[in-house]
Design a protein around this ligand. Structure first.
Ligand SMILES: Nc1ncnc2c1ncn2[C@@H]1O[C@H](COP(=O)(O)OP(=O)(O)O)[C@@H](O)[C@H]1O
Ligand SMILES: [Mg+2]
Length: 343
């Protein structure tokens, strides 16, 4: 999709194509669902030209269509549940983080959001009997928070039985007490986390499209992508669209980005995990300090919303907010050197 040649569209020359790509419109599909006004503002073209471009993109793009109820059922039967490694939190989620859904984890700085994305990048790789999905992970890192050392800590923090089963699964000879085998396991787990840094919001949008390509390449391999994390979803958008006048534009971009992420989850049966900050400034006149950035649009898109807040020491309270078919509730976990742990 990302390889679509925009210059094949009527009225699109190299300069317009560049502007479109820069704004995240790099596939026929993304243009097909844009409005003429949006496209005309983005690429400095007239609305009628924009309308022609959109019409041509619609013809060229595969924008999907209707499917039968049984096809929907078949897809839903594939939904996997991924453990946090904390039974109380899994229970809150009705069994774990679901594939084909977006899970939003929000909280203030230091709450443990990045710890969750690291932990799940490990857990997703575990055999299914141990709460994993035996898949690989994609990690879009917008705040430079990905640390292989934390993955190392978290692998070592798993219980011996899980470590042994995971070694066996990967045909790594040895046992949890064997340093050489442990290093081999950590390396193998790191090998199955695909990390990319996002330098700005447009880059992040492009990386979501790259993620889709990566998931497609891995679809029929031994390690299909089962987790796509974006940590943080909103930081760049928040930093770049600062004025009140830019709010609508920001929401529109964010919304489109979320749909791109959701699509990866749907098409490739992956869990989508995004983190989000809360406005921690208590003096802030606008905005409740416990509300996630992104407001309503994000609220409607993320299927599971988890609010993490600090408690005493390494304790954290995890609250499930507004989940469909699940009761709101809270669980307690600890953030430790070995990762997320039960109370
Ligand atoms: N190696 C470690 N051992 C124990 N706790 C750690 C370790 N690394 C990080 N933490 C805990 O995680 C917190 C940071 O969490 P983080 O996920 O970066 O927060 P957020 O992404 O929500 O801003 C630290 O304040 C600390 O409590
Ligand atoms: Mg973080």
């Amino acid at each position: 999709m990302a390889d679509d040649d925009l210059e094949n569209l009527p009225g699109v020359g190299p300069a317009t194509a560049d502007k479109l790509v820069e704004a995240g419109f790099e596939s026929y599909q993304s243009i097909a669902v844009a409005s003429p006004a949006e496209l005309s503002n983005t690429a400095d073209i007239g609305e009628s030209t924009a309308g022609d471009i959109i019409r041509a993109a619609r013809e060229a793009a595969n924008i999907g269509g209707f499917e039968t109820g049984s096809a929907v059922l078949e897809r839903r039967e594939q939904i996997g549940k991924l453990t946090w490694g904390v039974p109380e939190v899994d229970e809150l989620l009705g069994g774990g983080v679901e594939t084909q859904s977006i899970t939003e984890v929000y909280g203030e700085f230091g709450a443990g959001k990045s710890q969750v994305t690291h932990q799940l990048s490990v857990m997703v790789q575990l055999p299914q009997e141990y709460g994993g999905l035996r898949g690989s992970a994609i990690f879009v890192d917008s705040e430079d928070t990905f640390r292989p050392e934390r993955i190392d800590d978290m692998v070592r923090g798993l219980d011996d039985e899980t470590i042994q089963a995971t070694m066996d699964d990967r045909e790594i000879e040895g046992s949890p007490g064997d340093e050489e085998a442990m290093e081999a396991l950590v390396d193998d787990i790191l090998d199955k986390i695909h990390v990319a840094k996002a330098f700005n919001s447009n880059h992040q949008i492009l990386l979501a499209q790259k993620a889709k390509e990566l998931a497609s390449e891995h679809e029929d391999t031994e390690w299909p992508v089962r987790l796509l994390s974006v940590d943080s979803l909103t930081a760049h958008f928040r930093a770049e669209y600062v004025g009140r006048g830019e709010l609508a534009d920001r929401q529109q971009k964010l919304n489109k980005h979320l749909h791109d992420l959701m699509r990866v989850g749907d098409l490739y049966n992956a869990a989508v995990l995004v983190t989000n900050q809360v406005a921690s400034n208590p003096d802030s006149y606008f905005g409740d300090p416990t509300q996630p950035i992104g407001g309503n649009i994000l609220g409607h898109t993320s299927t599971f919303r988890m609010y993490i807040r600090k408690s005493k020491g390494d304790k954290r309270i995890v609250r499930l907010v507004d989940a469909p078919n699940l009761a709101d509730g809270e669980a307690v976990m600890r953030v430790q050197d070995g990762g997320l742990k039960p109370e």
